[in-house]
Design a protein around this ligand. Structure first.
Ligand SMILES: Nc1ncnc2c1ncn2[C@@H]1O[C@H](COP(=O)(O)OP(=O)(O)OP(=O)(O)O)[C@@H](O)[C@H]1O
Ligand SMILES: [Mg+2]
Length: 256
């Protein structure tokens, strides 16, 4: 039985005369890993910003758990369970790794900051448990900003997991990573999402990652959905092969 946790209906976003997202429909099933792929400039990041509320749509609707979230502010959408992975650099690169995750835990419970409270100590214990799962427990007391690039991305995912999202959005989680770091992050996303029943929507240039971990793939091209289905269906879709996969053979090198 279909159980759509996130639906996008007729979403449009114009920048002046340019239409970056052109009547996009999307239905994301609960508990799945749903990839959005497409060449550079296809509109993936713009679509994600429309979903998370950091950009306003020109037209269309975004529905989370059956309720419209169109036009709501990002923090309201996050409280309803839709969370985009933070950029660590913009938030708390000077906190320790454990403090960064504890911040996510505390923000999720809407408590104020009281450094001396048992509550905060409990948040730290819980943070350490999450760090253990993502393989960062040895770095718990390190300053977040001093971690390697791959470890910082893993920490960003740990921070988002701490919020216990219903839907987690990841815009190119493996950008700029080595193949070894990419494999670690892909495994992490899959295992944590499955273990916690979190629905994941991700955009990703690395086709090995996309076809390896996704339940469903949506292909964007020039702001429009041109194909959607299982990895096997999308891989063999003629238009996708012609427009996208043909020149995505080198996607690993082209990713920023
Ligand atoms: N704020 C903006 N103002 C004007 N044009 C924009 C703006 N943001 C995005 N665009 C344009 O919208 C189109 C889609 O951009 P977007 O960043 O969503 O693509 P993308 O699929 O995420 O690409 P990439 O794979 O390179 O990350 C591009 O042509 C881009 O130049
Ligand atoms: Mg992008």
């Amino acid at each position: 039985m279909s159980d759509t946790v996130l639906a996008v209906e007729g979403l449009v976003r114009d920048f002046g005369a340019f239409r970056a997202v052109n009547h996009v429909d999307l239905a994301v099933e609960r508990g799945t890993i749903h990839a959005v792929i497409g060449p550079n400039g296809a509109g993936k990041s713009t679509l994600f910003k429309l979903i998370t509320g950091s950009l306003r749509p020109t037209a269309g609707r975004v529905i989370l758990n059956g309720q419209s979230i169109g036009g709501k502010r990002s923090h309201v959408i996050a409280r309803r369970g839709l969370v985009q992975v933070f950029q660590l650099s913009s938030i708390c690169g000077r906190l320790t790794v454990a403090e960064s995750v504890a911040l996510g835990l505390i923000s999720q419970r809407h408590r104020g900051f009281d450094v001396a409270s048992t509550y905060q100590r409990r948040a730290r214990d819980e943070a350490v448990a999450i760090l253990d799962q993502v393989g960062l427990v040895a770095h718990a007391s390190s300053i977040a900003g001093t971690l390697s690039h791959g470890d910082q991305r893993a920490l960003e995912i740990a921070m988002a997991l701490a919020i216990k999202p219903t839907v987690l959005l990841l815009d190119e989680p493996t950008a700029g990573m080595s193949p070894a770091e990419t494999a670690v992050i892909a495994d992490l996303v899959v295992s944590e999402a499955r273990a916690r029943g979190i629905t994941v929507v991700l955009s990703e240039h690395d086709m090995d990652v996309v076809f390896g971990i996704s339940d469903h793939v949506t292909v964007l091209h020039q702001g429009q959905v041109i194909a959607g289905g299982t990895p096997a269906q999308v891989r063999s879709h003629p238009e996708v092969m012609a427009i996208y996969l043909g020149h995505a053979a080198t996607a690993g090198e082209e990713a920023p």
